[in-house]
Design a binder for this molecule. Structure first.
Ligand code: ATP
Length: 278
């Protein structure tokens, strides 16, 4: 039997680490065993290492994997952020994508759903208080603890698939990552001790399912999402391509777009896929 950290050849990657048993018994059996959901997380594809869980999730979704299938990597070598940015995903964190086949009208609400699910599961599992930054970040004390990425393929009147990527900094020591130390945090840095990924991920499955069923039954997630958005009411800069717009983040539109009141009085709407806030 190889020890944690032993280098070996792998089909996915030239170099990988065999990661047999982690500190909190974080493996697919433990993740799904007795899980109290109908479909989210009932099928788990678990990898010691991946370039990105989004790639495997996309391949699986094209092959019509079961709805709610979760692709989990102990660590990612090319974790993806929005707009082709990198998401650092060392082991000890949660790197996961969930496959859904939503109605087209629900597609704009999946990032909202995912960020609320992360917020609820962190607050329930740790007692820490979270905030949301429009459109896709979960923060603790103003620093990013989780990022969410939505990818989808849609036709004129239906969605072929949607994959939601979750990156959660659970046991990452931010002092080891100077490039993001000033903007990011982790649950273990906040709590001063390691945190169980297992409890958090199982909680997250329950939250995702609850909110997804809510959406399907016609309920809106916008009110709670707006209440938790710290972006609103602030003076912000919105970068869209080469252009930068400044104004007050006034509110969100019915489709989750951000409404910016510019200094000339105009109201501009920005959608999540296109812009960066500074
Ligand atoms: P903005 O805040 O400008 O709107 P964003 O937060 O939406 O951007 P994302 O695509 O969600 O950006 O995340 C990618 C960015 O997050 C990276 O460019 C980097 O600055 C930062 N980052 C990368 N890895 C992590 C991590 N593990 N934890 C927190 N932040 C990270």
């Amino acid at each position: 039997m190889q020890e944690k950290g032993t280098q070996c050849q792998d089909r996915q990657e030239k170099l990988c680490y065999i990661y047999l048993m982690s500190e909190d018994n974080f493996n697919s059996t433990a993740i799904t065993n007795g899980l109290n959901t109908r479909f989210i997380g009932q099928n788990v594809l678990y990898y010691p290492i991946l370039t990105s869980t989004m790639e495997i999730a996309r391949q699986q979704a094209i092959k019509k994997a079961l709805e709610g299938t979760a692709v989990i990597a102990v660590r990612q070598t090319r974790g993806k952020g929005r707009l082709n940015r990198t998401w650092l995903s060392p082991e000890g964190n949660i790197s996961m994508s969930i496959i859904l086949y939503p109605a087209k009208k629900h597609l704009p609400f999946l990032t909202i759903l995912a960020s609320l699910a992360v917020l609820h599961s962190i607050e329930d599992s740790t007692g820490l208080k979270c905030q949301l930054k429009w459109p896709n970040d979960v923060l603790i004390n103003g620093k990013k603890v989780s990022g969410i990425l939505l990818e989808s393929q849609a036709k004129t009147d239906n969605v072929v698939y949607a994959t939601i990527g979750f990156g959660i900094n659970v046991n990452m020591k931010l002092k080891d990552y100077p490039e993001i130390t000033s903007i990011a945090t982790s649950l273990s840095d906040e709590l001063g001790k390691t945190t169980s990924r297992l409890a958090l991920i199982r909680n997250l499955f329950t939250e995702v399912e609850e909110l997804y069923l809510k959406l399907q039954s016609g309920q809106s997630l916008l009110d709670e999402w707006q209440e938790r958005l710290i972006t609103l009411g602030k003076n912000i800069h919105v970068r869209s391509g080469e252009a930068i717009f400044e104004g007050i983040a006034e509110s969100v539109a019915e489709d989750g777009g951000l409404l910016l009141r510019c200094s000339d009085g105009n109201l501009m709407k920005f959608m999540a896929g296109d812009v960066t806030l500074r």
